[in-house]
Design a protein around this ligand. Sequence first.
Ligand code: NAP
Length: 215
Amino acid sequence: MKVFVIGANGQVGHELVNTLHKNEHHEVTAMVRKEEQQKELEDKGITSVIADLEGSVDELAEAMKGQDAVIFAAGSGGGTGQDMTLLIDLDGAVKTVEAAEQAGVQRYVMLSAFGVGDRSTWSDEIKPYYVAKYYADHHVEESSLDWTILRPGALTDDAATGKYAAGKDAEAGEITRNDVAHALAHIVDDSSTSKKAIELVNGKHPIEAALKSGI
Ligand code: NAP
Protein backbone atom coordinates (compact mmCIF):
# COMPACT_ATOMS: atom_id res chain seq x y z
CA MET A 1 0.00 0.00 0.00
CA LYS A 2 1.27 3.48 -0.93
CA VAL A 3 0.86 5.62 2.18
CA PHE A 4 1.15 9.41 2.22
CA VAL A 5 2.00 10.89 5.64
CA ILE A 6 1.10 14.51 6.39
CA GLY A 7 3.06 15.96 9.33
CA ALA A 8 5.91 13.58 8.57
CA ASN A 9 8.50 15.72 10.35
CA GLY A 10 6.48 15.80 13.58
CA GLN A 11 7.20 13.65 16.60
CA VAL A 12 4.48 11.10 15.81
CA GLY A 13 4.97 11.55 12.06
CA HIS A 14 8.69 10.84 12.23
CA GLU A 15 8.20 7.48 13.96
CA LEU A 16 5.26 6.68 11.68
CA VAL A 17 7.32 7.27 8.53
CA ASN A 18 10.20 5.13 9.85
CA THR A 19 7.79 2.33 10.79
CA LEU A 20 6.07 2.35 7.40
CA HIS A 21 9.44 2.52 5.62
CA LYS A 22 10.60 -0.67 7.41
CA ASN A 23 7.36 -2.51 6.53
CA GLU A 24 7.66 -4.41 3.25
CA HIS A 25 3.90 -4.11 2.61
CA HIS A 26 4.03 -0.32 2.51
CA GLU A 27 5.64 2.34 0.35
CA VAL A 28 5.71 5.59 2.28
CA THR A 29 5.82 9.16 0.98
CA ALA A 30 6.51 11.81 3.60
CA MET A 31 4.97 15.25 3.18
CA VAL A 32 7.22 17.93 4.67
CA ARG A 33 7.48 21.66 4.19
CA LYS A 34 11.23 22.34 4.21
CA GLU A 35 14.09 21.30 1.93
CA GLU A 36 16.36 20.36 4.84
CA GLN A 37 13.67 17.97 6.12
CA GLN A 38 13.48 16.44 2.65
CA LYS A 39 17.26 16.02 2.54
CA GLU A 40 17.24 14.12 5.87
CA LEU A 41 14.59 11.73 4.52
CA GLU A 42 16.42 11.26 1.22
CA ASP A 43 19.55 10.26 3.16
CA LYS A 44 17.50 7.44 4.71
CA GLY A 45 16.09 6.40 1.32
CA ILE A 46 12.62 7.71 2.14
CA THR A 47 10.54 9.36 -0.61
CA SER A 48 9.20 12.78 0.23
CA VAL A 49 7.34 15.76 -1.24
CA ILE A 50 7.28 19.37 -0.18
CA ALA A 51 3.79 20.77 0.39
CA ASP A 52 2.12 23.04 2.92
CA LEU A 53 -1.25 22.79 4.64
CA GLU A 54 -1.64 26.50 4.01
CA GLY A 55 -1.46 25.78 0.27
CA SER A 56 -4.42 25.08 -2.01
CA VAL A 57 -6.49 21.90 -2.30
CA ASP A 58 -5.18 21.53 -5.86
CA GLU A 59 -1.56 21.60 -4.63
CA LEU A 60 -2.31 19.07 -1.91
CA ALA A 61 -4.17 16.82 -4.39
CA GLU A 62 -1.23 16.99 -6.77
CA ALA A 63 1.16 16.01 -3.93
CA MET A 64 -0.88 12.92 -3.00
CA LYS A 65 -1.73 11.75 -6.54
CA GLY A 66 -1.20 7.99 -7.05
CA GLN A 67 -1.29 7.16 -3.33
CA ASP A 68 -3.56 4.52 -1.75
CA ALA A 69 -3.89 6.10 1.67
CA VAL A 70 -3.36 9.36 3.53
CA ILE A 71 -2.51 9.64 7.21
CA PHE A 72 -2.96 13.10 8.73
CA ALA A 73 -0.53 13.43 11.67
CA ALA A 74 0.05 17.20 11.47
CA GLY A 75 -0.95 19.94 13.86
CA SER A 76 -0.24 23.58 14.57
CA GLY A 77 1.31 22.73 17.96
CA GLY A 78 0.88 24.34 21.36
CA GLY A 79 3.31 27.18 20.66
CA THR A 80 1.19 28.96 18.05
CA GLY A 81 -1.96 31.05 18.37
CA GLN A 82 -5.59 30.22 17.75
CA ASP A 83 -5.30 31.59 14.21
CA MET A 84 -2.99 28.66 13.38
CA THR A 85 -5.35 26.24 15.13
CA LEU A 86 -8.00 27.35 12.65
CA LEU A 87 -5.67 27.37 9.64
CA ILE A 88 -3.94 24.03 10.25
CA ASP A 89 -5.93 21.81 12.62
CA LEU A 90 -9.27 22.76 11.03
CA ASP A 91 -8.92 24.18 7.51
CA GLY A 92 -5.63 22.40 6.74
CA ALA A 93 -7.18 19.08 7.73
CA VAL A 94 -10.38 19.72 5.77
CA LYS A 95 -8.34 20.64 2.70
CA THR A 96 -6.53 17.29 2.86
CA VAL A 97 -9.87 15.47 2.88
CA GLU A 98 -10.98 17.47 -0.19
CA ALA A 99 -7.59 16.82 -1.80
CA ALA A 100 -7.83 13.07 -1.16
CA GLU A 101 -11.30 13.03 -2.75
CA GLN A 102 -10.00 15.05 -5.71
CA ALA A 103 -6.92 12.84 -6.16
CA GLY A 104 -8.94 9.61 -5.82
CA VAL A 105 -7.10 8.46 -2.69
CA GLN A 106 -9.76 6.40 -0.95
CA ARG A 107 -8.28 5.49 2.44
CA TYR A 108 -7.87 8.30 5.00
CA VAL A 109 -6.71 8.10 8.63
CA MET A 110 -7.06 11.17 10.81
CA LEU A 111 -5.01 11.63 13.99
CA SER A 112 -7.41 13.37 16.35
CA ALA A 113 -7.50 13.53 20.16
CA PHE A 114 -9.24 11.75 23.04
CA GLY A 115 -12.66 13.17 23.84
CA VAL A 116 -13.00 15.31 20.70
CA GLY A 117 -16.38 13.70 19.98
CA ASP A 118 -17.81 14.67 23.39
CA ARG A 119 -18.08 18.44 24.06
CA SER A 120 -18.70 17.86 27.79
CA THR A 121 -15.08 16.66 28.20
CA TRP A 122 -13.34 19.57 26.46
CA SER A 123 -10.87 21.39 28.68
CA ASP A 124 -11.48 25.15 28.89
CA GLU A 125 -7.76 25.86 28.40
CA ILE A 126 -7.61 24.44 24.88
CA LYS A 127 -11.24 24.57 23.84
CA PRO A 128 -10.47 26.19 20.43
CA TYR A 129 -8.22 23.20 19.64
CA TYR A 130 -11.07 20.79 20.44
CA VAL A 131 -13.48 22.86 18.33
CA ALA A 132 -11.08 22.71 15.38
CA LYS A 133 -10.57 18.96 15.74
CA TYR A 134 -14.32 18.33 16.22
CA TYR A 135 -15.27 20.02 12.96
CA ALA A 136 -12.30 18.54 11.08
CA ASP A 137 -13.34 15.07 12.27
CA HIS A 138 -16.94 15.82 11.30
CA HIS A 139 -15.78 16.68 7.80
CA VAL A 140 -13.84 13.39 7.62
CA GLU A 141 -16.97 11.47 8.70
CA GLU A 142 -19.14 13.21 6.11
CA SER A 143 -16.64 12.62 3.30
CA SER A 144 -16.83 9.97 0.58
CA LEU A 145 -13.56 8.44 1.86
CA ASP A 146 -12.90 5.14 3.60
CA TRP A 147 -11.93 6.83 6.85
CA THR A 148 -10.75 6.02 10.37
CA ILE A 149 -10.34 8.61 13.12
CA LEU A 150 -7.84 7.77 15.85
CA ARG A 151 -8.27 9.67 19.13
CA PRO A 152 -5.29 9.08 21.41
CA GLY A 153 -5.00 10.28 25.00
CA ALA A 154 -2.33 12.72 26.21
CA LEU A 155 0.89 12.06 24.30
CA THR A 156 4.12 11.27 26.14
CA ASP A 157 7.71 10.83 24.94
CA ASP A 158 8.21 7.55 26.83
CA ALA A 159 9.45 4.43 25.06
CA ALA A 160 6.89 2.42 23.12
CA THR A 161 5.03 -0.18 25.20
CA GLY A 162 3.21 -2.01 22.39
CA LYS A 163 0.22 -2.27 24.75
CA TYR A 164 -3.12 -0.55 24.24
CA ALA A 165 -6.73 -0.11 25.33
CA ALA A 166 -9.11 1.02 22.58
CA GLY A 167 -12.66 2.23 22.07
CA LYS A 168 -15.05 1.36 24.91
CA ASP A 169 -12.13 -0.14 26.89
CA ALA A 170 -10.14 3.14 26.83
CA GLU A 171 -10.49 5.57 29.73
CA ALA A 172 -8.91 9.04 29.55
CA GLY A 173 -5.17 8.66 30.09
CA GLU A 174 -1.82 8.73 28.38
CA ILE A 175 -0.19 7.06 25.41
CA THR A 176 3.33 7.31 24.04
CA ARG A 177 3.89 9.05 20.72
CA ASN A 178 5.70 5.93 19.46
CA ASP A 179 2.71 3.74 20.33
CA VAL A 180 0.42 6.16 18.47
CA ALA A 181 2.70 5.96 15.43
CA HIS A 182 2.69 2.15 15.49
CA ALA A 183 -1.10 2.12 15.90
CA LEU A 184 -1.52 4.42 12.88
CA ALA A 185 0.76 2.16 10.80
CA HIS A 186 -1.44 -0.81 11.77
CA ILE A 187 -4.79 0.91 11.32
CA VAL A 188 -4.13 2.20 7.81
CA ASP A 189 -4.72 -1.27 6.34
CA ASP A 190 -7.01 -2.74 8.99
CA SER A 191 -10.48 -2.76 7.43
CA SER A 192 -12.13 -3.48 10.81
CA THR A 193 -11.40 0.16 11.73
CA SER A 194 -13.17 1.56 8.67
CA LYS A 195 -15.73 4.34 9.38
CA LYS A 196 -14.90 4.30 13.09
CA ALA A 197 -13.65 6.96 15.51
CA ILE A 198 -11.49 5.15 18.06
CA GLU A 199 -10.21 6.40 21.42
CA LEU A 200 -6.78 4.93 22.25
CA VAL A 201 -4.55 4.92 25.34
CA ASN A 202 -1.81 2.69 26.68
CA GLY A 203 -3.25 -0.46 28.19
CA LYS A 204 -2.67 -4.18 28.42
CA HIS A 205 -3.09 -5.59 24.92
CA PRO A 206 -1.33 -5.62 21.55
CA ILE A 207 -3.05 -3.33 19.04
CA GLU A 208 -4.97 -6.10 17.20
CA ALA A 209 -6.42 -7.48 20.44
CA ALA A 210 -7.17 -4.00 21.84
CA LEU A 211 -9.10 -3.06 18.68
CA LYS A 212 -10.92 -6.40 18.61
CA SER A 213 -12.08 -6.03 22.17
CA GLY A 214 -12.82 -2.27 22.18
CA ILE A 215 -14.43 -1.40 18.84
P1 NAP B 1 4.27 17.85 16.32
O1 NAP B 1 5.57 17.24 16.69
O2 NAP B 1 4.02 19.29 16.66
O3 NAP B 1 4.10 17.66 14.74
C1 NAP B 1 3.21 18.41 13.99
C2 NAP B 1 3.65 18.39 12.55
O4 NAP B 1 2.73 19.18 11.78
C3 NAP B 1 5.06 18.97 12.30
O5 NAP B 1 5.80 18.09 11.54
C4 NAP B 1 4.79 20.24 11.51
O6 NAP B 1 5.75 20.53 10.52
C5 NAP B 1 3.48 19.86 10.80
N1 NAP B 1 2.83 21.08 10.32
C6 NAP B 1 2.50 22.19 11.04
N2 NAP B 1 2.03 23.13 10.19
C7 NAP B 1 2.10 22.63 8.94
C8 NAP B 1 1.79 23.13 7.65
N3 NAP B 1 1.34 24.37 7.46
N4 NAP B 1 1.98 22.34 6.58
C9 NAP B 1 2.46 21.07 6.73
N5 NAP B 1 2.80 20.54 7.92
C10 NAP B 1 2.62 21.31 9.02
O7 NAP B 1 3.05 17.03 16.94
P2 NAP B 1 3.04 15.54 17.56
O8 NAP B 1 3.53 15.57 18.95
O9 NAP B 1 3.64 14.62 16.56
O10 NAP B 1 1.47 15.30 17.64
C11 NAP B 1 0.72 15.11 16.46
C12 NAP B 1 -0.72 15.55 16.70
O11 NAP B 1 -1.34 14.70 17.68
C13 NAP B 1 -0.90 16.93 17.29
O12 NAP B 1 -0.82 17.93 16.27
C14 NAP B 1 -2.28 16.86 17.91
O13 NAP B 1 -3.28 17.29 17.00
C15 NAP B 1 -2.47 15.38 18.18
N6 NAP B 1 -2.64 15.07 19.61
C16 NAP B 1 -1.82 15.62 20.54
C17 NAP B 1 -1.97 15.28 21.89
C18 NAP B 1 -1.03 15.81 22.95
O14 NAP B 1 -1.14 15.38 24.12
N7 NAP B 1 -0.12 16.69 22.64
C19 NAP B 1 -2.97 14.38 22.27
C20 NAP B 1 -3.77 13.82 21.30
C21 NAP B 1 -3.60 14.17 19.97
P3 NAP B 1 7.23 21.11 10.90
O15 NAP B 1 7.98 19.93 11.46
O16 NAP B 1 7.75 21.59 9.59
O17 NAP B 1 7.03 22.19 11.92
